[in-house]
Write a protein that binds this ligand. Structure first.
Ligand code: NAD
Length: 280
């Protein structure tokens, strides 16, 4: 997909746009021709990204905001309107993983912080985005970043898992309330994607290799693979798709728990070897 007429003149907001999935999505929709507002905490990285988009003939602006602070969240949509005059697409993507601990060892402070960024900020943004899209009267498309952790629990990530389930709840509620205004609201639910967050959580290359092995596709995802899905969800090509979670996880959630994997992996490998040996 190169520059696309459908995206020309449209304005997209991307939170957590400084790095990882958000940065890839900001680049992708700018490449397609939308004007992009990027938000993040780190001004220097935001500016670098915006300059890079501009060098590639795109149009972008940055607003610094700490999403754990509601008054800063409330500045984002007004900034978008002051800068580009409208809002057509929003990717509410910023998120944090919290501390890796059993539920009994999680602190109230971590819980509150994870919910402030992953849920409350997203809720406040959704309100402003929907109101603006309704006022414009031409519909719109909003995508929230959930996670496979919004579909299934995994140990030591209680607040994160709960927050991503909440993201899906907000996504569905917004979708059913906004459908009649032509505003579609969906979520993307990535499996493991190689970003700063994943490196922070898993730390070592060895842990990442193990992570790759449990994804049936045999590897961790790339931010650009999520960004392409976001571009599709923004576009009219997904016009009958709303209130859904699009899982992008290399098959992770299609399988039974991976404790059974080594035996079945061996079987699959043996079958493949036999077929190749027999020239199948
Ligand atoms: P990342 O760390 O590169 O990006 C997270 C972004 O959120 C960063 O730009 C960060 O600055 C921003 N952010 C965090 N706290 C913030 C705050 N208080 N105020 C403003 N911005 C804040 O990691 P990523 O993997 O690109 O994460 C993006 C989203 O994808 C997150 O919601 C994450 O939960 C989700 N996700 C990631 C994975 C993965 O494996 N990487 C898997 C599933 C879901």
């Amino acid at each position: 997909m190169g520059n696309n007429l459908e995206f020309a003149g449209k304005v997209a907001l991307v939170t957590g746009g400084n790095s990882g999935i958000g940065a890839a999505a900001a680049r992708r929709v700018a490449e397609l021709g939308a004007q992009v507002v990027v938000t993040g905490r780190r001004q220097s990285e935001g500016r670098l990204l915006v300059n890079d988009i501009k060098r590639n003939s795109g149009s972008a602006a940055f607003i610094q905001a700490d999403l754990s602070q509601p008054e800063q969240v409330k500045r984002i949509v007004p900034f978008t309107l002051e800068t580009f005059g409208r809002l057509d697409y929003a990717f509410n993507n910023a998120g944090i993983s919290g501390e890796n601990r059993l539920l009994t060892d999680q602190t109230e402070k971590t819980f509150d912080h994870v919910f402030a960024v992953n849920v409350k900020a997203l809720f406040l943004l959704l309100q402003d985005e929907v109101k603006q899209m309704m006022a414009q009267g031409h519909g719109g498309s909003i995508v929230n970043t959930a996670s496979v952790g919004g579909l299934l629990a995994f140990p030591t990530a209680g607040p994160y898992v709960a927050s991503k389930h909440a993201v899906l709840g907000l996504t569905k509620t917004a979708a059913i309330e906004c459908g009649r205004y032509g505003i579609r609201v969906n979520a993307v639910s990535p499996g493991a994607v190689r970003t700063e967050m994943l490196l922070d959580v898993f730390g070592t290359q060895e842990a990442l290799d193990e992570m790759s092995a449990v994804h049936p596709i045999g590897r961790i995802g790339r931010p650009e693979e999520i960004a392409d899905a976001v571009a599709w969800l923004f576009s009219d090509r997904s016009s009958y798709y709303t209130g859904q979670s699009l899982t992008l996880d290399g098959g992770l959630t299609a399988q039974r728990p991976y404790l059974t994997q080594p035996a079945s992996d061996k079987l699959i490998q043996n079958t493949r070897d036999e077929k190749w040996a027999s020239g199948y």
